[in-house]
Design a protein around this ligand. Sequence first.
Ligand code: AMP
Ligand code: MN
Ligand code: MN
Length: 323
Amino acid sequence: MSYAAAAKAIANASSIIVTTHINPDGDGVGAGLALVHALKGMGKQVRFCCPSRVVSMYAFLPGFAKITAVEDEAAAAKTRRADLIISCDAGDVERLGAVAKVKRSTLINLDHHVTNTRFGDLNVVDVDAESTGVVVEKLLRRMKVKLDKTLGECLYTTIVFDTGRFMHSNTTAHTFRWTAKLLETGIDAAAINRALTYTKKPHDLLIQKMGIENLRVDEQEPRLAGIVLSADTIAAVGEPEDWGDLVEIARSLAGNQVAYLLREAKDRKTVRCSMRSNPPFEVGSVAQALGGGGHRQAAGCTFVGNLAAAQREILARLRHQLS
Ligand code: AMP
Ligand code: MN
Ligand code: MN
């Protein structure tokens, strides 16, 4: 892990693009925005370019309005070259979508996924960090950036999101000590919690209903449960702006150890898969074997094939994890 090299590259750069993964989440957006604010404070020219649109749930974060989407090669070609691109929370270069095509001298990869492919020119990958926000804060400390309320709000969002509101197995004594430092900047943690939790629209509740209606406990392995959504089922309700943590419905069943969500794409050629597990069971390796990635207990992939094939292949692998 080369915090010193990353700090040096930042010191030497004048134009910087900050980015995160496709379908950015609270960790990617929060870590990226914290970096944007800190780098601006250092007098750098900074842009936040995302490979896809950021959902409106994050609109409360300072700097959200200035995030731009670079969604295809044409947009990448039009994006002004940067000395440095800093990627936050992406495990591999494919997750950067079209932003990977933007011209730059150096790519820094800041991340915490166990499956990270070290795709950067400089890689700061800390698999023990609860969120990429934790990696960013450590880097900022090296660069003598002082925490303030703006940074606190962005970084707090990363930890709430990636620990599942301090519920997941990555929550440790360090998590609470680190978060306490953020609260000391004067942030309103409860207001952020509300903004990240109580902002569902009626349509989002219909998505939850669809999740419950399509929930199934495995016949062979009662500790395995999931939600299977065909393209037709999704079309009947309509796609949400954000799928959020629908997989948690399967996980909330008493006795559940491994949970999954399968969503068939409109063209029926791929199936998006989210997986969660309780220790000691692992889903990261299953996602990785299918071309995706993530963490030991939270991972995802895009399965190439139809829904029946995805169910056959993925469920067999998940049952094996439990055996
Ligand atoms: P999700 O199930 O989409 O919430 O993702 C769970 C974790 O797996 C997150 O940390 C993601 O960054 C990671 N992940 C999800 N999908 C992929 C993918 N296709 N490739 C690599 N990592 C992924
Ligand atoms: Mn993420
Ligand atoms: Mn993350």
